[in-house]
Structure formats: C-alpha cells, structure tokens
Design a protein around this ligand. Sequence first.
Ligand code: HEM
Length: 175
Amino acid sequence: MESIDYIKLLSRWAHILPSIILVGGAIFMNTVLIPALRENSDATQVKAKIKRTWAKVIMICAGIIIISGFYNAFLAYQGDLHPLYTGAFVIKLVLVAVVFYVSSLLTGRSEEALKFQQNEVLWGKINMLAAIAIVLCAGVMKVAPRDLPSKTDTPATTTPTVAPPTPAAAPFANE
Ligand code: HEM
C-alpha cells in the first residue's frame, strides 16, 4: 500500500486555505461589506482600518499561495499532462497576476493606489470575478486527463496474438 506523502499534503493545505481566505474575502467584501459601508456616513475610518488589515492578510496569503503553487506545479509536471491542464494553468497564472496587482492597488496608500481607488467598486467586482475564475481554472486542472501515452511509445502495427494480462487487483490504480 502506498504511504501518505506528508509534504504533498501540507503543500495542498497551504495552497487551499489561503486561497479560501483570499477568494472568500473578495466575495464577502463586494457582496456584504462595501454595500453596508456605503450606507453609513461614519464609515471612512472603519474602511481605512479594514484596508490596512486586509492588505496584510493578502500579503501573507499571496506568499504562501505562490510558494505552495509552484511546489504543486513542480509535482504535477513530473508526469504527462494534457494540454488542457497547461492551458488552464497559464490562464490561471495571468488571472493570479491580475488579482494580486488589483488587490495591492485597492488596499495600498500610495498616490497611484489612491487614484485607482476612485473606481474601487468597479475594480473590486472585477477582482472578485477574476478570483472566482482562478478557482474554476484550478478545477479544470484537477479534472484534466493525466498520464497521456508517452511520446516515445510506438503505436502497435500488428494485432497482438496474446491478450494483455488483466490486472486482478488495484481497480482504482489511476486515483
Ligand atoms: C489567488 C491565487 C490562487 C488561488 C485562489 C488558487 C486556487 C487553487 C485551488 C482551489 C486549487 C485546487 C487544489 C486542490 O484540489 O488540491 C489549486 C491547485 C493548484 N494551483 Fe492554485 N491557486 C492560486 C495561485 C496559484 C499559483 C500562483 C500557482 C503556481 C505558481 C498555482 C498552482 C497550482 C497548481 C499546480 C495546482 C494543482 C492542480 C492539480 O494538479 O490538481 N496556483 N489552486
């Protein structure tokens, strides 16, 4: 029986947990917090405090997500992957860059960031949709076929005279 690879498990946890915080946070802010603050005239100070705290959360989550993401990719590319996997991965990386950049501007205090925040409702929504699309891309990567026939395998030209042995055990060997 194959034993559990604890580093792999840890890397998976380290990828999923901060992803949930980032994506869930973006959805919560856009659908609950910002509409609630908009109706409150004393909200400016609260908003500034939320931005400062959220900026720190984003920085920590982004760091962990990037490290664990590259490790996951290193593991995944040890095997043969379907082009669909790579396609979804490339789109995901572009979206990740968009989300990290937009998030940093939405929570930043530089002159450029403050100018950007004049349109924060629109950019907040774009950011949330991009974050959701990242999770959808991760889903495509997850279900993309794996273990393609190796390029070095030569296709059979004649019909085999002996039937290949049927594996008696391990019915879920590809799991
Ligand atoms: C906001 C950023 C990101 C989010 C929300 C996110 C989300 C996710 C989720 C939900 C999964 C599925 C995990 C599982 O089923 O175990 C996943 C898998 C993965 N992610 Fe990310 N990710 C992000 C950034 C990145 C980055 C920056 C990289 C690479 C540098 C990356 C590489 C991967 C890889 C290779 C997998 C494994 C897919 C597989 O083979 O099943 N991710 N990601």
